[in-house]
Ligand binder design. Sequence first.
Ligand code: BGC
Length: 927
Amino acid sequence: MKRFRGLLSALALVPIFAFANLQVADLSVDQLSQPIGIDNTQPRLSWKLRSDTPSTLQTAYEIRVASPDRAAAGEWWSTNKVDSDQSLYIPYSGPALASSAQYQWQVRVWDNHGNVSEWSTPSQWEMGLLQPVDWKAQWITYPWQEDTEKSQPSPLLRKTFKADGEIARARLYITSLGLYEAFINGERVGDAYFTPGWTSYDKRLQYQAYDVTNHLRAGANAIGVVLGDGWYRGFLTWEMQRNLYGDRLALLAQLVVEYRDGRREVIATDGSWQAGTAEIRASDIYNGELQDLRLRKPDWARAEFGASDWQSARPFTGSVPKLVASASQPVRQVNSLKPVALLKGPGGATIVDMGQNMVGWVRLKVQGKAGQQITLYHTEVLDQQGALYRTALRNAQQRVDYILPDEQLHTLQPHFSFQGFRYVQIDNLPDVKLDDIEGVVLSSDLPQLGRFETSNALLNKLQSNIVWGRRGNFLDIPTDCPQRDERLGWTGDLQVFASTAAFNVDSAAFLRKWLNDAVLDQQDDGGIPNVVPDALKHLRVRSLSTFFVTRGLSSSGWGDAITVVPSALYRQYGDKAALADYYDSMKRWVEYERAGAASFWFTWFNYHNWFDSQRRADDRFIWNGTYTFGDWLAPKPVENTFANTVYFARSAQLLSDAARVLGKSEDEKTYAQLARDIRAAFQRRFMTEDGLFIEDVQGAYVLALQFDMLEPSLRAKAAARLRELVQKDDNHLATGFLSTPHLLDVLTQHGYLDTAYAVLQQQTYPSWLYPISKGATTIWERWGSIQPDGNFGDNGMNSFNHYAYGAVGDWMYRNIGGIQPLAPGYKYFRIAPLPGGDLTSANVSFESRYGLIASNWHKSETGMTVDVDVPANTSAEFVFPIANATLTRDGAPIVVGNGIENIATNATGQPVLKLGSGHYSFSATQQ
Ligand code: BGC
């Protein structure tokens, strides 16, 4: 009996072990972690499985949701057990969600080994204000008049109130026309900057919700909000025009206090608020900020502040857009840099080198004299004399001024302006110490997903430059550059870079916010504006060139962002809504392209068409385009009509693919046919009789091959020609914005991996690594932003932080790491590293929506080791790079089992394994 009891308890241990091993982690709501203030009434819930048991798949799940009170009482709404392997984006389908309400939720899962997990650690989300009537606040503004042609002092708006009892919970709902920073009892609310963010302000405006429970206290309290011009009414575009969305700043805020005894009180903006100004005398996104600290009112957001001379706020009666909840990560300080050197410029100017081209601002500790005015100028590079190179900024001043109030120590930074810079000249501050300077790096705070490191230091630097380029240009919207008088959401730049961004950071919520504005800004004719939010549309026409940019002409390769970006999000994160939500816009865009191709005038203008009916028929599919940027900044550009037509086919194909995913079979067929028709016309128009192109430049072959414009039988010849052209250029690229992202893919896919590596590792101009030899710490706008002779590229347009050419990062993850999705979101994926060049090792990983995918390889003279991670609830195909290898796992010959589900060999003799979840270490010695 004793022995029997021993056996029983041993058996009992088995399920306990299995139970503990399967876990649910990383719960997210609408792709955000524990969001506050969302307005989606069917939020989509996701989680990850963790398990040490190889080949673990989810077979069922149960979600339960309740308000915290009900959860405590065990009164949950539950899905019950649902047999499904789906662990991503499950729409909440319980009782209606209430405004401002908080919800707790948990998940448990069952797996294919018969295990059931514990309930996950509780996670939560909270709703925003769902109905217009939930807003008790009134829009208010300050009572004074302003000269709105110039930057103006920042208005402060404040209100004191008494909290009468013990506070259980408090929330602040707030937004503004212009930017805001809010304070309660002197403390800043939240850690977000540049709120409420930039949206198409004529169509929609975001509000934010903050948990401010800990800011309040029983008794006297005060709330204060300072406003800045921002994108709403500050200088915008290279025209340096102001007031594009409106000329008056305004505030809407509502503080909801819930007491322990159940009472609820709302302190909302209305005529009882007081208005004044303080030290911020001018602020502007491009130009910088002027703070006269003698005018500082340190206690203005505290109850005890005497504001008897402040004026009463007044209701704002101008037009205000629709309010929407923020649904993406805010801009935050994401990094802090210490300067690396103190330099002397010509004439003895003091210049601080941050060591890194960054975006954000300088936090300066300073002690000086009352009335002393300190000026900071920011640039990305120094000129050949060692002075700040301000020409590249065009009209953006990037200048921050502080006038000191006294001889005390002050820590100073701007509020409503950001700078793109590596160098800071500090005027009128003797004895600058590096310890007194901090580089505050600002960016939309997106979780890091990708890691990429190899044995080659230059490639690692390239990766770092890509990462810094993305960081600086994802500041609430994806911008072309962060320094000159532009910083706009150029669609083409994102179109080429989105896939790389999606590897490096979680870009889903951020890019969906931007796409939502693209949809709203889409023109009646289906055109997608060249910049989103479409600030250009709001320019006042003052010159012929402004006349053209305000006309709403959409460039090919730019407007195509509406088909390319959702498709990239779907591929990388597996979220069908990324297609469904933009599908209508994608379709309208493709129809816009079709109309552009079938333009009557273009067809008949060309006299060739008069006598050639095939040409006339083909012209319906050749996008002559009225306006295009083409293969922008290419050393040897592709002809525009050629590039347009490829993009027309690409978008038609992406639309057809999206239709297939969404079950729209008619559209799937229609647009697949359209893509075929375009390809056929394209071949007749652009191919020579011997199967090559009239356009004999790298970009032409790259675009045509990448987007399937050729019959299979002609591809090998075209690819060989591409390689020839690259070799003729001594393994230098000659491509621009549109073709660069695909150059290495095309070479790799057609058997020219060596050439691909030779181009990637090329160090002389033009190439990806060349800028590093000139000290680049971000990706440049031009291959030769600094030319080999040390001179600058075209002064009129020369940014040193432009992410477009960083689009090669996508190839690096998919080929050097070899991590490629075979099903959307990496439910099923391939790991097939392609070592090459002088690389001896690479550590590459991507935190997918299911968990960590890793590919770490090491090559020696005699063989190779590859360590692989496959997350639970996925499976993978692993291709070992060496052909005819005797593969071992942890030193023993590979056998099916323990995660290895199948062993095969491909046509080139490489081992191909089907892997379930788990960690693997494979090696082989070279035969
Ligand atoms: C921007 C680009 C943009 C282009 C349009 C430039 O001024 O900086 O990156 O795509 O205009 O051609």
